[in-house]
Design a protein around this ligand. Structure first.
Ligand code: FES
Length: 259
């Protein structure tokens, strides 16, 4: 397996020029916070907006600006699905695969995206236009199923909306602007080890989780396993839910009673 640094590409253009250009803005951002490390996410966003991804040079620059170790910066960047350590498509399509969205049809939405794009989770189309990822809860559960396009929310997804969205993106007329692309993307932006985790082929990582696809495992891919448990162990979950029933609206009480 390649090491992480072997997998990370250099920036497309002279990073020194970009750094010099953005440095005043970075300093302005840092001055907003009592603790400079709080500026890490906005500064990484700034570099990503310019380069189309969070390059290794950008991560090193952040470490220098904020007096952090490069490992701290990279571990932060790799934690969030908001950042991409390798070039991605002009439209990054991130569909929520978590529980509320799954209960509102996200499985069908994800299948439709895969079919229409001809690619799978964590992949980029050959023309470099689309990257596609199934992500964890986007904190917009009341508008499920939902997604982000280039980090902008799109709610209440339907296949018809997806059709319209992809047509507009291909025509260059979609409401959300395409991402900057300073380097041509490969077939995936994930590093080998991240992709193994996300696809559930790496060690589960969690304590007492023997299989990565079990609930709580790193590869617990869609919330479907939890959904299966709720259905299979209905009495247990209904019993717990019923504790809250006096304070729930009638619609919830009805669903629980019918379950
Ligand atoms: S489960 Fe999809 S936004 Fe929360």
């Amino acid at each position: 397996m390649k090491s992480v640094s072997q997998e990370l590409p250099d920036s497309a253009e002279s990073f020194a020029d970009l750094y010099a250009e953005l440095r005043p803005q970075c300093e302005e951002i840092i001055a907003r916070y009592p603790d400079s490390r709080s500026a890490l996410l906005p500064i990484i966003h700034l570099f990503q907006e310019q380069e189309g991804y969070a390059s290794i040079d950008a991560m090193r620059a952040c470490a220098e600006l904020l007096d952090l170790t490069p490992a701290t910066v990279e571990s932060t960047v790799s934690f969030y699905t908001l950042f991409f350590r390798r070039p991605v498509g002009k439209y990054m399509l991130q569909v929520c695969r978590n529980l509320s969205c799954t209960m509102r049809g996200a499985e069908d939405i994800m299948a439709y995206f895969r079919e229409q794009l001809g690619i799978g989770h964590l992949e980029t189309t050959d023309d470099g236009l689309f990257s596609y990822e199934e992500v964890e809860c986007l904190a917009a559960c009341d508008r499920a199923p939902c997604m982000q396009v280039n980090l902008e929310f799109v709610y209440d997804l339907t296949p018809r909306m997806i059709d319209d969205m992809l047509v507009a993106m291909r025509a260059g007329s979609y409401a959300v602007a395409p991402m900057t692309q300073t380097l041509a993307p490969g077939s995936t932006w994930m590093l080998q080890q991240d992709a193994q985790i996300s696809r559930g082929t790496k060690s589960p990582g969690g304590r007492d989780v023997s299989d990565p696809n079990n609930t709580g495992g790193i590869g617990d891919s869609s919330g479907v396993i939890m959904l299966d448990r709720i259905l299979a162990e209905r009495d247990r979950f209904v019993g717990r839910t019923a504790e809250r029933l006096p304070n729930e609206p009638d619609s919830v009480k009805r669903v629980v009673r019918e379950a």
